[in-house]
Design a protein around this ligand. Structure first.
Ligand SMILES: Cc1ncc(COP(=O)(O)O)c(C=O)c1O
Length: 421
């Protein structure tokens, strides 16, 4: 029966042209929080102390996160952007040092580089995974390069074997931005534990969330100590709740509160389920739409998880397909879809194009002797193509197999009926 219905819909008119939509009922909303979070928050409030250093929840959360990830150090903070800033602060880079990263990310990957008066240098991505291309990263290394921030884009870890070997060969530090890749394994190791430091976001859309929050992890004692100091104005609060050291160096205040810690304790219990369920659903979608002409599911690397923060589909302009029309048609079929994230490669945003930084100074760009770094159009052709051609389908762990099959049916219908140039 279901097969008959599928064939009928596939052969019918696109909903955007007045045909029957594949899906007329809404997809399930994500219900991220429940009674366990409420119980934890009430406990935190009841303690009459919401300050992490004298409270219990953040410390307990850090300790559970560390044992789940098998790392020695974890520093809590108030966002993923802060967590990356904490990682860079731990590295203690010099002003003007270059940090290579991807233009297919949130500005939260890049802003901390500038806040530390360092220079972001963009390398291109691979078309199939949207992850940084190690070959292009190697090309972008100069005598000023000190670190690479690898973003595990969409939830699939990047080629860490290559990045580790590049970092080792060239004496560079490696930060993993795991904002979209919670509990994602790369050849048996968890993303975030492979480079020198890993940074995570707990913003609302992430696999585990407290609305906003972040964590920076490392196995390096010295980096871990500096990360703790950097997240709290250079202050060292120890677990015996005493100040050891105040104002060691210039640093922001990114402290996490007990309310966030309380919610995250409950979230940690669900993390494995959320990550694994998203992978099952995303891989099911990939399996059922692969092989379409000009409509590409994300490529999967061997031995690597994909936790699908979102589900990116590339719509090939060279096959005569318009991404914008594809998205419009998919939405008309009832699928929660949108254009690319983050909209365009980060270097094409005004802040970087016009160097809108501190007042009218253009710092830290203008403080460098020698040539200005280039953010011209054409710098990263694959990233520019990805942003022109990407359609994002939003899935979450509450979807059923039937929901995924409806999305698959809609994608196949639009791919076969949408007029091509
Ligand atoms: C890859 C990536 N890095 C960094 C961030 C910044 O995280 P936050 O918004 O929690 O500051 C995000 C947020 O979406 C992200 O997706």
């Amino acid at each position: 029966m279901a097969v008959v219905k599928r064939e009928r819909v596939e052969m019918s008119k696109l909903a955007i042209e007045g045909g029957t939509p594949v899906r007329r009922s809404p997809f399930p909303n994500r219900k991220a929080y429940g009674l366990e979070e409420a119980r934890q928050v009430i406990e935190a409030l009841d303690s009459q102390d919401l300050f992490f250093a004298t409270g219990r929840k953040v410390y307990q959360f850090l300790s559970e996160f560390k044992s789940l990830y098998g790392v020695k150090h974890a520093t809590a903070s108030n966002s993923g952007t802060s967590a990356i800033h904490v990682a860079l602060g731990a590295l203690n880079l010099e002003p003007g040092d270059e940090v290579i990263t991807t233009p297919v990310s949130d500005m939260g990957t890049v802003a901390p580089i500038l806040l530390q008066n360092c220079i972001p240098v963009f390398a291109d991505v691979e078309l199939g995974t949207c992850n940084l291309d190690p070959d292009d990263v190697e090309k972008k290394i100069t005598e000023r390069t000190r670190a690479i921030i690898v973003v595990h884009c969409w939830g699939q870890p990047a080629d860490m074997d290559r990045f580790l070997s590049i970092a080792k060969k060239r004496g560079l530090r490696l930060i993993e931005d795991c904002a979209q890749a919670h509990f994602a394994h790369y050849k048996g190791r968890l993303a975030g534990t492979i480079g020198d430091l890993g940074a995570f976001s707990f913003q609302q859309s992430k696999h585990m969330t407290c609305g906003d929050g972040g964590i920076t992890i490392t196995n390096d004692e010295e980096l871990g100590k500096r990360a703790d100091l950097f997240a709290d104005k250079g202050c060292d609060w120890t677990e015996d709740r005493r100040y050891r050291l105040r104002y060691a160096f210039l640093a922001p205040c990114y402290r996490m509160t007990e309310l966030q810690g309380a919610v995250l304790l409950a979230q940690l219990k669900k993390l494995r389920w959320v990550a694994e369920r998203r992978q099952q659903l995303g891989d099911r979608l990939t399996e059922s739409i692969k092989g379409l002409d000009g409509v590409y599911p994300p490529e999967r690397a061997g031995g690597v998880d994909h936790r699908y923060w979102g589900y990116p589909i590339r719509v090939d302009g060279e096959k005569g397909l318009s991404r914008d029309k594809f998205v419009e048609a998919l939405v008309a079929e009832g699928v929660p879809a949108g254009k690319a994230w983050p909209g365009k490669p980060l270097y094409l945003y005004e802040m970087l194009q016009k160097r809108v930084t501190y007042g009218s100074s253009g710092y830290p760009f203008t403080a460098r002797e020698g040539k200005m770094v280039s953010y011209d159009e054409g710098l990263c052709p694959n990233a520019e193509r990805v942003e022109r051609e990407m359609c994002t389908v939003w899935i979450n762990e509450f979807y059923s197999e039937g929901d995924i099959d409806d999305i698959s049916e809609a994608v196949r219908k639009v791919a076969s009926l949408l007029p091509r140039n």
